[in-house]
Design a protein around this ligand. Sequence first.
Ligand code: ZN
Length: 200
Amino acid sequence: MGYRVMSEEEAERRYQTLLQELRRSYPRFRLRSKQNHPLQRAIHRALQLLTLGKMRTYLSEYQTTLGQTVWVTADWDAQPALQRWVTLRHEAVHLAQFRRLGMVGIALLYLLVPLPVGLAWFRMRLEREAYEETLRALAEALGVEALREPGLRSSIIRQFTGPAYGWMWPFPRAVARWYDRFVASLSGQGGCSSEPDSIR
Ligand SMILES: [Zn+2]
């Protein structure tokens, strides 16, 4: 109710600018469709097995960065520019993580430490860094107050505590504390919620 919403034109402009930045920073950067790709289908099946069928939307609802490739769902180009821009901000954090930790480092830490399912501290930390960027982008687009909307708050908390990432951090109160503190830190920065152009 009453949120300022960034226009689709502005969101599209920012999306294109971000794409250019990523292409400059990562020479092998590319967006590829998950659909009909053997490796992506194999990951999908593995996730279904690992989560006993609870995670079924890997191919249809989640964008995934591996190395310098961002694997996107079949409907990516049809998504609103705002959604593509916010998601790409999240994936840009993962691109930087791959550069920082390497493919093997990420594979080991993200998938296995300390457990592949149910308690995955490194995955939680890596996703937390990326979701903070999601929240930053949403605050720029909608104003920081939008982040206090209970539906958004609980859906992000659920990403950590539910099957989407294999119950990586099943402690709702701890995740909620992180969320609320991070949103408060964004509010404290003043100006970012009312002047999106001052951010970049
Ligand atoms: Zn992520």
